[in-house]
Design a protein around this ligand. Structure first.
Ligand code: C5P
Length: 230
């Protein structure tokens, strides 16, 4: 059954507008949504709570396999519950992203999260957001997008986003963090961040959200992907 459920994958580094685009796509198509980065963030958070070192591959993988995580939507916003506690804000911090990229480099952890990610593939379809959605998790996806943007543009977006939330940040430090995380994600031995050979690559450095959405809508139309009945 799952073999015929269509998947659209949205991969790329953070700050490219990937998450916003993927969520918008899922809503537009009326499909399920997988934010795979959250699984790595929650795994790192759970390891810290359990007193397990982020580099202890076997134990972190064990935790990842049995992760007591539930995804819900409250007032239209996706929320993450770990052991019934709302950890959405806790895992979304810069430190949460950095910790996620440490556990994400461990092959046994990636393996442990595979089945959980694939279980999101349910009718009528799935939009999956991540780094290796089109290359490893859903290589047979109907449509693969890979978003890029310069590190400077991504740092600038993140800076404005955090400032908007009243969080005091330093642009140079953000840029440095982004570069470090990119390097770790691109150079790891398993599932490195790279576009699938059949992915559509979209550089969003100079594109706003509406322009990206318009382009993606056209690409979907060209491939005959549309909301059921619409
Ligand atoms: O997308 P997000 O910023 O939440 O991801 C956090 C980290 O999790 C990334 O920097 C990356 O190291 C890791 N990740 C991954 N594979 C995915 C999604 C996220 O390795 N599919």
């Amino acid at each position: 059954m799952s073999g015929i459920v269509p998947v659209v994958t949205v991969d790329g580094p953070s700050g490219t507008g990937k998450g916003t685009l993927a969520l918008w796509l899922a809503r537009m198509l009326g499909w399920h949504f997988l934010d795979s980065g959250v699984l790595y963030r929650v795994t790192a958070h759970y390891a810290a709570l359990s007193g397990v070192a982020l580099t202890d591959e076997a134990r972190v993988a064990e935790l990842a396999l049995a992760l007591p995580v539930v995804f819900v939507e409250t007032d239209g916003e996706p929320r993450v519950l770990l052991d019934d506690r709302d950890v959405t804000a806790a895992v979304r911090t810069e430190a949460g992203g950095a910790a996620a990229s440490v556990v994400a480099a461990l092959p046994a952890v990636r393996e442990a999260l595979l089945a959980r990610q694939r279980a999101f593939r349910q009718p009528p379809g799935l939009v999956a957001d991540g780094r290796d959605m089109g290359t490893v998790v859903f290589p047979d996806a109907a449509f693969k997008l890979f978003l890029t943007a310069s590190a400077e543009a991504r740092a600038d977006r993140r800076y404005k986003q955090l400032k908007g939330k009243g969080i005091d940040v330093n642009l140079a430090a953000l840029l440095e963090d982004i570069r470090r995380r990119d390097q770790r994600d691109e150079q790891r031995a398993v599932a490195p961040l790279q576009p699938a050979p059949d992915a559509e690559i979209l550089d969003t450095t100079h594109l706003g959200i509406p322009e990206v959405e318009t382009r993606v809508k056209r690409l979907l139309r060209e491939r005959g992907i549309a909301r059921r009945g619409g």
